[in-house]
Design a protein around this ligand. Sequence first.
Ligand SMILES: Cc1ncc(C[n+]2csc(CCOP(=O)(O)OP(=O)(O)O)c2C)c(N)n1
Length: 673
Amino acid sequence: MNNTALLNNAADNIRILAASMVEKAKSGHPGGAMGGADFVNLLFSEFLVYDPKNMKWEGRDRFFLDPGHMSPMLYSQLALAGKFSMDELKQFRQWDSPTPGHPEVDPARGIENTSGPLGQGHTYAVGAAIAAKFLKTKFGEQMNQTIYAYISDGGVQEEISQGAGRLAGHLGLDNLIMFYDSNDIQLSTETSAVTSENTAAKYKAWGWEVLEAAGSNVEQLRDALKKAQAVQGKPTLIIGKTIMGKGAVTADGSSFEKKCATHGMPLSECGASFEKSIANLGGNPENPFVIFPEVAELYAKRASELEVIVTKRYAAKAEWAAKNPEAAAKMKAWFAGAAPKLDWASIEQKSGQATRAASATVLGFLAKNVENMIVASADLSNSDKTDGFLKNTKAIAKDDFSGAFLQAGVAELTMACVCIGMGLHGGVIAACGTFFVFSDYMKPAVRMAALMGVPVKFIWTHDAFRVGEDGPTHEPVEQEAQIRLMEKLKNHHGQNSMLVLRPADVQETTVAYQLALENISTPTAFILSRQNIVDLPGTSYAQASKVAQGAYVVECDGNPDIVLLASGSEVATLVEGAALLRKDGIKVRIVSVPSEGLFRSQSADYQVSILPAGVKRFGMTAGLPVNLLGLVGENGSIWGLESFGFSAPYKVLDEKLGFTGVNVYNQVKALLK
Ligand SMILES: Cc1ncc(C[n+]2csc(CCOP(=O)(O)OP(=O)(O)O)c2C)c(N)n1
């Protein structure tokens, strides 16, 4: 326990650094950072257990920040802990700096998650807490970390907080402690202009323990954190009444606290005086980028305390590992994130099935062979066929985290973020399923998974208008085009930010899963059919292995007159059309393209070998024609969907909308004229 005056000093130091970063960058958010400094400083100087010399230690506590705009607070805090230099703070928001406007995941420096889109950050924490509980059933006390989350008014207002709050309460995540920075101010108004909810009552109703504290009173905050650590059977919310822009003053020295204006502007631009505020906080306005000597001492002392704590933990781990070598080897491999080695060719697929059914077969295999995989569904497991996994395990439940299936409830965005959180925690492989049309509800999380490079597997079924009778509300049309844009977008490592696979039959589905499990650096999506699909000619695991090139030739007649290309169930329709064309002496090549992104990553020679120049191309897609535009080019034609779809049995829709072999024949004949 530290002296209160010293802790207040350290919090002032964070306020000074945060305000100075924003001032120097001439943009950013000082107010919230200044208000939250007391809590983070206390957390890092007395509670958070981590190894400063081994920041990725799997047993560390995690700190998930939700309001990414409060990055100056996090960077300044981590600067006190020795993870950022003063020069790096001075580079806030500049090109190529480690201090971008919103934090980007970098566990080596203590940044556990990318944050910015409000609401997602604390939901990752829920996922991490579930992962920790799941792993604890396997590795015992090696996994007794506490997951801390930091949420602000914006995060509480975001709808996703309903899903995160419900799930954490329902599962009794007592390893989760969330601090609510309740400063009554948001971006453009006071919170009273938009909400009159009783937030404490809301979280209590979800089954949380709720504690309240004055957000800049370290004694009250310490007391709350200690109580939270002792709570059993439920997560804890600490509502801290913080002070927006704490310490800010105007030129005449009067208070400029609790003002919306400090939310997103340098102090000097919002009506406060930067110089006076820094001086008011005990800093030197001429040279504000300084860690006070007594604060440096505080953190040096914390580093020694942490050394003692982690030395004990490492010794306990070594003792445990000696007694449990197999578990220790597993823990190491799982946290290394390595792809499991599996006998994929041994998976027996029943021919002629829907790819969602083929997915269920693979999931059943994975449930038996990949012990650290967790699969979730948003109340559709019997339809999206993630029940193939569930049948071989059991659902995760409060007080029993030995199952590996997460019933997420009807909350797709929450589910996606929870899976991302599991991935960020490490040690588990997370996948989640729902209908493809509802990928719309998940897109903001998919984007973040792609940006962070978290290898979540998104299992989307009912991939096209062939949902049929459910009608246009349930028929994905433009979704594939949207998701495939992510294949065209590179992440910070120059990789396609996402792998998107739409397999054409059961064997391609097996290989798609193999690629997904072997993809440990970006998210993967599966787009799977509801209806049965006739197997591709010559289908086998070996043939389908060519899915790894993104596109491959399924069949080819000598020098073809036409290249027919598609993904998913439309490939089988092309095969039907090809039979009719051949009767007219037309030579065809059929190309399956489960992933254009992957195909475009192959050598130019390979690409030309599949799509030879000078041969006309016909593409068919149950989505928007743009799905195939980059492959078919100007010198060909694409049959796609240009409306939201209609309600009718799918075979009727196939006929009415032209997804038949006869229409393939007619279109190609017209193209070759
Ligand atoms: C999903 C999302 N919507 C909108 C924003 C833009 N935005 C950033 S902060 C903020 C409100 C901030 O209020 P609060 O969370 O209380 O932070 P404080 O003002 O206390 O710093 C908004 C609307 C965002 N970052 N994410």
